[in-house]
Design a protein around this ligand. Structure first.
Ligand code: AMP
Ligand code: MG
Length: 483
């Protein structure tokens, strides 16, 4: 136990029936060393930055537990690429919930912290590259105003992990509103009793949606909340061109936060069928499929709640279907609202969908860069490119300008578009380049520079432009799960 860092831990997770978790001892590592520390986040969490900067390594590598922490591994299940499997934290430990001075609480989790009863064949460890990747991309997502888990620190362990090659081990300290997943409910439904399920619903409502505490039907209230949160979340992913890559139900949170940055990546070229992950051979989690996969996952969530939604199964199914039915319109609404802003549309109009759809079709036809097309429209600066040179685009642009009254109000329109079209997203080429310098040479300057650029995506500063250049069209990127 250490008092270093000003933590204020409590564990409410242990109030759940004990089949939901396993209490754990820490797995100390040989040589803990902090390589990235998120001082701004630490400050927002009311932590003692100086103390953590000096002595945080033992905490962030999982060698010493902060006072009142209750390390545990969470049990869960999940549909992985469509197949239900028993899972659980196989390489992570929940240290507990840290309570801030405002009373707000967050989960603090170590990822890469060693074996647990849920490790199956795995070593419970993580390599430096993937932990830095999660740090970078999750922080970038946060600054893009997309709900996500956060990254507080990455510490190297001084121990090797064996993958296809020998790699340096690392632990990520992850902060989340909650680590409850659709998979946690699947676990309760398939391996627990109705009482376990009910306790889990109550726990989720109490910690995440206390405003629904007095709902007549708590499980319906929870289902509706999660449907809404996920519809909005996935719309936001689509709007920035984020491909999660592994939308298994164990990677879908009840809080509506993006979680698990394994094989994720951002679109360069706008291609609806884009898949980056090497293991997603059938393209199940392709960019264009994310909204429907979201719906599929939510249907799995709804199924777990059936015993509580109504005592008669038929009626329970009817209630679940009615709730799920709302997903599509919630998603469409959120997506359309976001697209309108990206295109400077300030008043809703029947013709908006047509204008938006036509542009996306042209972008796909001419293989335009997703982020940069919106930037070009924002600043009315068009580099050479088949899209911009095409007659179809010229015509589209004329119609668009008339549609939004561009010439009458250019300044206000540009201001709106600047707020909704990021100057920088962490494109895979730059992420990989930064990770390589860090992993191979322990040079973290590129990671830090990229992080800095991603921290203010809507600043549109000259120095951020170096991250706008897309990779050569022939360079296609593949991402790996990175376990
Ligand atoms: P993920 O793909 O990171 O969402 O992980 C899916 C499941 O595999 C989770 O139950 C993880 O805890 C488990 N897992 C991933 N990597 C490892 C590892 N290196 N050792 C043990 N379990 C792992
Ligand atoms: Mg996962």
């Amino acid at each position: 136990m250490t008092t270093c860092g000003g933590w204020n831990f409590e564990s409410t997770y242990t109030n759940l029936p004990n089949k939901f978790y396993t209490l754990m001892e820490l797995n100390p590592v040989r040589t803990p060393k902090v390589v990235l520390f998120n001082a701004k986040l630490a400050k927002d969490l009311d932590l003692d930055i100086e103390a953590l900067e000096q002595n945080g390594a033992v905490i962030f590598a999982g060698n010493e537990a902060p006072e009142n922490a209750t390390p545990l591994a969470q049990a869960y299940a999940g549909h992985q690429f469509g197949n239900l499997t028993k899972l659980g934290d196989g390489r992570a430990l929940l240290l507990g919930e840290h309570i801030m001075s405002t009373g707000k609480r967050v989960d603090v989790q170590l990822k890469g912290s060693g074996r647990t009863p849920y490790s199956r064949g795995g070593d419970g460890r993580a390599a430096l590259g993937p932990m830095l990747r999660e740090y970078l991309v999750s922080e970038a997502m946060h600054h893009l105003n997309i709900p996500t888990t956060r990254a507080l620190a990455v510490a190297t362990t001084g121990e090797a992990v064996l993958r296809e090659e020998v790699l340096e081990g690392a632990v990520l300290t992850r902060i989340a509103k909650s680590h409850l997943r659709v998979g946690t409910f699947e676990y309760a439904y398939h391996l627990g009793t109705d009482n376990d399920l009910e306790e889990l619903v109550n726990y989720a409502i109490d910690t995440l949606y206390p405003e629904s505490k007095d709902a007549n039907n708590r499980s319906l209230a929870l289902l509706e909340k999660v449907i809404e949160k996920q519809a909005i979340l996935i719309a936001k992913w689509q709007l920035v061109g984020f491909v999660h890559g592994v939308m298994n139900t164990d990677n879908m949170t009840i809080s509506g936060e993006t979680i698990d940055y394994g094989p994720c990546a951002f679109l360069d070229t706008y291609r609806q069928s884009t898949v980056f992950s090497s293991i997603d051979v059938q393209g199940r989690y392709a960019y264009q499929n994310q909204p429907t996969i979201g719906e599929w996952n939510l249907a799995r969530f709804a199924e777990t709640l059936l015993p509580l939604l109504h005592q008669e199964e038929d009626e329970a199914i009817r209630i679940a279907k009615e709730a799920l039915y709302k997903y599509r319109s919630l998603y469409e609404e959120a997506w359309l609202a976001g697209m309108r802003k990206k295109l400077g549309i300030r008043r809703n109009d029947q013709g908006d969908k047509k204008i938006i759809g036509e542009l996306l079709t042209l972008m796909e036809t001419y293989q335009a860069d997703y982020t940069n097309t919106f930037l070009a429209l924002t600043f009315q600066q068009f580099e050479e490119g088949p899209l911009y040179q095409s007659e179809a685009f010229q015509t589209w642009q004329k119609n668009w300008k008339t549609h939004i009254g561009f010439d009458q109000d250019e300044e206000a329109i540009r201001a709106l578009m600047k707020q909704h079209n990021p100057a920088v997203v962490p494109r895979n080429a730059y992420v990989e380049e930064a990770l390589e310098a860090a992993v191979k040479h322990h040079d973290f300057t590129k990671v830090e520079e990229l992080l800095k650029a991603c921290e203010q995506p809507y600043a549109h500063k000259e120095w951020q432009k170096k991250y706008q250049k897309p990779p050569h069209p022939d360079q296609s990127y593949q991402t790996f799960c990175g376990t």
